[in-house]
Design a protein around this ligand. Sequence first.
Ligand SMILES: Cc1cc2nc3c(=O)[nH]c(=O)nc-3n(C[C@H](O)[C@H](O)[C@H](O)COP(=O)(O)OP(=O)(O)OC[C@H]3O[C@@H](n4cnc5c(N)ncnc54)[C@H](O)[C@@H]3O)c2cc1C
Length: 315
Amino acid sequence: MPAVGVVVVGAGVAGIACAVELTAAGVPVRVLDRGRAVGGRMASRRIKGRPVDLGAAYFTVRDPEFAEVVARWRTAGLARPWTSELVVLDGDGRGRSAGPVRWAAPGGLRTLVSEMASGLDIELDHPVSHVGPGPVVDGEPADVVVLAMPDPQALRLVDPSSEAAAELAGREWRPVIAVAAGWESRQWPALPAAFVNDNPVLSLVADDGDRRGDGAPVLVLHSTAEVARSHDAAPGGAVPAMLDMLRRLLDVGVEPVWTHTRRWRFASPAGKRDRDFHLGDDGTALAGDGWGVSKVETAWRSGTMLGREIARRLG
Ligand SMILES: Cc1cc2nc3c(=O)[nH]c(=O)nc-3n(C[C@H](O)[C@H](O)[C@H](O)COP(=O)(O)OP(=O)(O)OC[C@H]3O[C@@H](n4cnc5c(N)ncnc54)[C@H](O)[C@@H]3O)c2cc1C
């Protein structure tokens, strides 16, 4: 049994999945997150009395072990299969794209991470500012420290000459501005969600009432990376152009009665890695959706596989 244990920085799905594995193996683990809630980019916020997903729009399932977790969520009423067909909006009009089942959460995707996190030792509102050799986390020793977050956020924490820094450097992450908008009543034709292709302003439109199953007249719009970059300092400035584009694409003529904006400076990485995680000899480990194709399932798998490997190394 290690004397100090593992410190996981980041309570998104990757960090929590890692902590779940370590706990199951009997390894002491503390999870630290600067946010006020677990979930990271699986972010849901209560707006006008109901949850709205402002980060990940949905998730998909391929890995058989992840499927077992999702089956548990489904049995508990936390997750529901939403749709396997999405609308595609592009210069040629409106089409449909068949694909894997997209899963949604009636209470918001964050509730799924909360369920996984139940019983873990988690400290919220706890920003970490430095991970040094040892490893030490803000001066406190750990057997292993796991950084489960986007590369640019992890890069700020480690020493520039470290092995981890070399793994993290030089990879671009794309930003997104998410705008939730609510109307008095539905103004658009049936729409689970739409990929918006080759558009300068929008990349995705999701029907939050449809995915949540309550039919609320709420859409969530995701901007392109270009729009997010040009409105980085004041994301609210992107709202008029995003709503204007929505009007043109879906013929929504009526103004929404409310909007809520959320900026994601590091929404997803450009490109992918072909490893599930990094575990350095210096005790610094890296996990998250940057380790594979960026999606919820990748982040879960990255954290799970890393947790197993750390438990094996610590004996
Ligand atoms: C707009 C958007 C749309 C998306 N759409 C989809 C989709 O449709 N389907 C899909 O599968 N995936 C989607 N994703 C991606 C999905 O959300 C991520 O792959 C997944 O949630 C990543 O989990 P993670 O644990 O790796 O990282 P995160 O969820 O980012 O967790 C990192 C955590 O680290 C914490 N942290 C960072 N720095 C510090 C620090 N210094 N100290 C303490 N804590 C810190 C953060 O607060 C955060 O909680 C989307 C993401 C965004 C932003």
